[in-house]
Design a binder for this molecule. Structure first.
Ligand code: COA
Length: 374
């Protein structure tokens, strides 16, 4: 355990490469995308502006944004062969597995033949991901084949429209914009590192993103927002939540949506999504989920000095917008594909295959005993 805390395990604290994309550190300006603080971006930008920033290193001007949004809107349709594949995936499948398959299959249909196509391939992915997940969800759960023609000008509005079959409220679209911005990029986290390792072999972008989806799926990473939702939903009052959390801590169970591998006192994304969750709670007249969430936050800080990460208040915020819990982590994919792609571009621009060493702790050298004598 001492070695774990010293940074041996999980590559904690190691510099694993250079990047100009993002900073993740404690304190003011802790989380920045190309120099912009995440709260600045969340307050003043649309997700498409942030996607443009991550792909180009600069925010777009109005004309560039208009052109970019028009391009993305024109890339939304799903190829019929992909729809056929999505229709074959059962309702019981995990939606992250659906996206893993969807992205991989798209890579068969629209192969990235040259790295000169990388931005177009990434744009195609962020334009189609909302459709991919909702097409499967609505077909497998509601028995309907949805059209991608929502007329929504934003990815946030497009996703909510596809999911609920109606134009979202301005508030819901805005919260989704903010959420997509908060999740867009986070330096060398597990899924991004997966994407970069894959990119370092000079593989195609669909392979990089497919691998990253696999890493994000786990409950210690992107899956935490779903796990947090399942947990807080069990409790009908803040007092009940407090007792349950105390019991879990005593049993040394992990409380999902708390703690972070880099931040030590707070997650800069938490305050932003928490305030939107509070607004949504007021809008829906919620008197349980939000107060329960706030009590969890208080108890965890009081007992363990552990703070909410970005996932915890995302759980109630998404729930208040009528998003099924199983689609929480796929929204993360819709967003983080921008950050993953930016890292793939960066890795490719100055590449050396990522190949660290292991400290060997296995058996001493030995020889094979003939099979008959073993
Ligand atoms: N609930 C309860 N205890 C927690 C905890 C949590 N969510 N997160 C950390 N701890 C405890 C650890 O058990 C450990 O206790 P110990 O000193 O008695 O061994 C201590 O806090 C240090 O945490 P550690 O596991 O070393 O942190 P890490 O850097 O390895 O892991 C996370 C970081 C994010 C994986 C971890 O905090 C976690 O599993 N959180 C829950 C999952 C989650 O929300 N993931 C989303 C991340 S954005």
């Amino acid at each position: 355990m001492a070695d774990k805390k010293a940074g041996g395990a999980g590559l904690r604290g190691q510099i694993a490469g250079k990047s100009a994309i993002c900073t993740v550190a404690m304190g003011h300006s802790g989380l920045t995308y190309f120099g912009y603080e995440v709260d600045d971006l969340a307050e003043n930008c649309e997700f498409e502006e942030v996607a443009y920033l991550l792909f180009n290193g600069e925010l777009p001007n109005q004309q560039q944004l208009n052109d970019y949004k028009k391009k993305l809107t024109g890339l939304r349709d799903l190829p019929p062969a992909l729809c056929e594949v999505l229709e074959r995936i059962p309702a019981t499948a995990h939606p992250m597995d659906v996206l893993r398959t969807g992205v991989s299959f798209l890579g068969n249909l629209e192969t990235e033949d040259s790295f000169t196509q990388q931005k177009d391939a990434a744009d195609r992915l962020i334009a189609t991901l909302p459709g991919m997940i909702t097409y499967w969800y609505r077909f497998s759960h509601d028995g309907v084949r949805i059209s991608m023609d929502t007329g929504a000008s934003s990815i946030a509005g497009h996703f909510l429209h596809l999911l609920h079959d109606k134009v979202p409220s301005a508030l819901h679209e805005q919260v989704m914009q903010v959420s997509l911005i908060l999740y867009a990029e986070h330096e060398f986290n597990a899924s991004t590192f997966t994407a970069r390792v894959c990119a370092s072999t000079l593989s195609d972008i669909h392979s990089c993103i497919t691998g990253a989806i696999g890493s994000l799926r786990g409950p210690l990473h992107g899956g935490a927002n779903e796990a947090a939702m399942e947990m807080i939903q069990q409790w009908s009052s803040p007092d009940e939540a407090e007792q349950a959390i105390l019991g879990m801590l005593q049993r040394k169970e992990k409380i999902m949506g708390f703690g972070h591998a880099v931040y030590t006192e707070s997650d800069p994304r938490n305050g932003i999504i928490k305030s939107w969750a509070e607004k949504l709670a007021e809008e829906t007249g919620d008197e349980v989920l939000y107060p329960v969430s706030v009590r969890c936050e208080e108890v965890m800080w009081r007992e363990k000095k552990l703070f909410c990460n970005a996932d915890f208040f995302h759980a109630s915020a998404y729930h208040f917008m009528g998003i099924p819990t199983k689609l929480f982590t796929p929204i993360f994919v819709m967003s983080r594909t921008t950050g993953w792609s930016a890292h793939v571009f960066e890795q490719r621009s100055d590449n050396r295959i990522i190949r660290p060493n292991a400290e060997y702790i296995g058996p001493a050298p030995r020889t094979v005993t003939p099979l008959a004598d073993r």
